[in-house]
Design a protein around this ligand. Structure first.
Ligand code: NDP
Ligand SMILES: CC(C)=CCC[C@@H](C)[C@H]1CC=C2C3=C(CC[C@@]21C)[C@@]1(C)CC[C@H](O)C(C)(C)[C@@H]1CC3
Length: 418
């Protein structure tokens, strides 16, 4: 996005102070959740059961395991891909190329893990290592972001992200200076966004399911549901991998601590919170309730997928028969905005579907604790904030046409409410 000559992008996330606070608060929250999930009272707002010392956090063996995981995912990324996709046009008019082999990486990882488990790998032991693993991931994210910051000092201005060039080192370190840091064709941001964290998340879920089976004879229905729902979500993200190339993370945000920590540590260790909670706090779940929760997840997934696919199809080819009949608003950029169909209901129908799914992932954990609802609460805050950021970017891009869209589609996420 272009800003007037001589001016910089406005500061987000509360500027340098906000960025500094988030760099402490996000890891602290992640460790709090990991510790509280295994404690008896499991109180989201209570103190953690203990403060982990260096002997709990630090384990060279676990660090090696984590680096081996990153290495495996990097090797799978480098395998021949069924397709190579082009990203959006960059400031220098070039387009980057990205391998589309994320789903293949998921399947190959599943095969390798299956083989290793049948050869005796104790996957059920993984839940015991979550705290040192999360520490290794956090350490990696800090070191990696520092290296990315240094790398960005040597790139031309056209390679920098609009938001990460404030000149304040703390803020730029957090948001990320370089838009698409690469070594040869290996794209770090694209790799991290979809591979080690997302696939790691479902692997942690599976390990929790296996440990529950070891402890109680068989996994509970609640654990099956959480595993199934989240596997569907991750499988869907990797199946539609190409769509990530148009998200603001890839097209607008630099690759700094926010995304490095988010992708590598936050996603696997906090998004698996419901399964962590269920291992230590089994919840009875009858078939009627389980069926109702499946329906809620299916509704959320339907809205999420149809809305995302409708926009992606339209952006790829507005004359595609599946979208050609929809009403649109022309913009000065030559692109159009959909104003009927899913995108005529609210301005972010995909967020609505995602939030409904988030609720369905917590419901199997019952209503006795707030802790398993953390994801839903955090995700609501994240999407409301993300919506506001996207709104600013669209206003900048489309000007009057965006204002007209907002007039015709007044609600952002939830019809008649917000
Ligand atoms: N699980 C998680 O932690 C997270 C999940 N997500 C999910 O990721 C997905 C992608 O989200 P995100 O990248 O934030 O945003 P969107 O997929 O909603 O994309 C927003 C962009 O879509 C285009 N657009 C907006 N309105 C219209 C319209 N009416 N017609 C045509 N194009 C329009 C604009 O870009 P342009 O015009 O340039 O194409 C806008 O910038 C969502 O489903 C979200 O729920 C997101 C964040 C975290
Ligand atoms: C609080 C914090 C650490 C913020 C960083 C935010 C990141 C955790 C999220 C930013 C955008 C994301 C997306 C996904 C996961 C979470 C992060 C990285 C995503 C890969 C999940 C699966 C979806 O189908 C998706 C591919 C659309 C999505 C893209 C955005």
């Amino acid at each position: 996005m272009a800003y007037p000559r001589g001016s910089r992008a406005p500061l987000e996330f509360g500027g340098p102070l906000g960025a500094a606070a988030l760099m402490v608060l996000l890891p602290a929250t992640m460790f709090h959740l990991l510790l509280v999930a295994r404690s008896g009272p499991a109180r989201l707002l209570g103190p953690p059961p203990y403060l982990p010392g260096p002997d709990v956090l630090w384990s060279p063996r676990v660090l090696l395991l984590w680096l081996a995981w990153l290495g495996l995912q990097a090797a799978l990324y480098l395998l021949p891909a069924r397709k190579v996709a082009e990203g959006l046009e960059l400031k220098d008019k070039s387009r980057l190329r990205y391998p589309i082999n994320g789903f293949q990486a998921l399947v190959l990882t599943a095969l390798l893990v299956g083989l290793a488990v049948s050869a005796g790998l104790p996957l059920g032991a993984l839940p015991e290592m979550l705290v040192p693993l999360a520490f290794a991931a956090t350490l990696t994210a800090f070191i990696f972001s520092f290296l990315l910051y240094l790398k960005a000092l040597g790139v031309p201005p056209s390679a920098l992200a609009p938001g990460g060039t404030s000149g304040n080192p703390i803020y730029d370190f957090f948001l990320g200076r370089e838009l698409n840091p690469r070594i040869c064709s290996f794209d770090f941001k694209y790799f991290c966004e979809l591979r080690p964290g997302l696939i790691g998340w479902v692997l942690i879920n599976l390990a929790l399911l296996m440990q529950e089976a070891e402890l109680r004879g068989s996994p509970s229905l609640a654990m099956w549901l959480v595993n199934g729902f989240q596997l569907l979500y991750v499988g869907d993200a990797l199946w539609h991998e190409e769509a990530v190339l148009t998200t603001m993370d890839i097209t607008h945000d630099g690759f700094g601590f926010m995304l490095a920590f988010g992708d590598l540590a936050w996603v696997p260790f906090t998004y698996s919170l419901q399964a962590q909670f269920l291992l230590h706090h089994p919840q009875p779940l009858g078939l009627p309730m389980a069926s109702a929760i499946c329906l809620i997840n299916a509704l959320g997934y339907y809205i999420f997928r149809r809305a995302n696919s409708q926009k992606n199809t339209f952006r790829k080819n507005p004359s595609d028969p599946r979208v050609a009949g929809l009403e649109t608003i022309p913009t000065a950029t030559g692109r159009q905005l959909l104003v009927s169909g899913w995108w005529g209901m609210v301005r972010h129908p995909n967020y609505l579907g995602d939030l409904i799914m988030a609720l369905a992932w917590s419901l199997p954990c019952g209503v006795s604790h707030l802790l398993p609802y953390f994801y839903f609460l955090y995700f609501t805050a994240l999407l409301v904030h993300r919506e506001a950021r996207d709104e600013q970017q669209c206003l900048q891009k489309y000007g009057l046409a965006w204002q007209e869209y907002c007039r015709r589609v007044p609600y952002r996420i939830l019809p008649y409410v917000y």
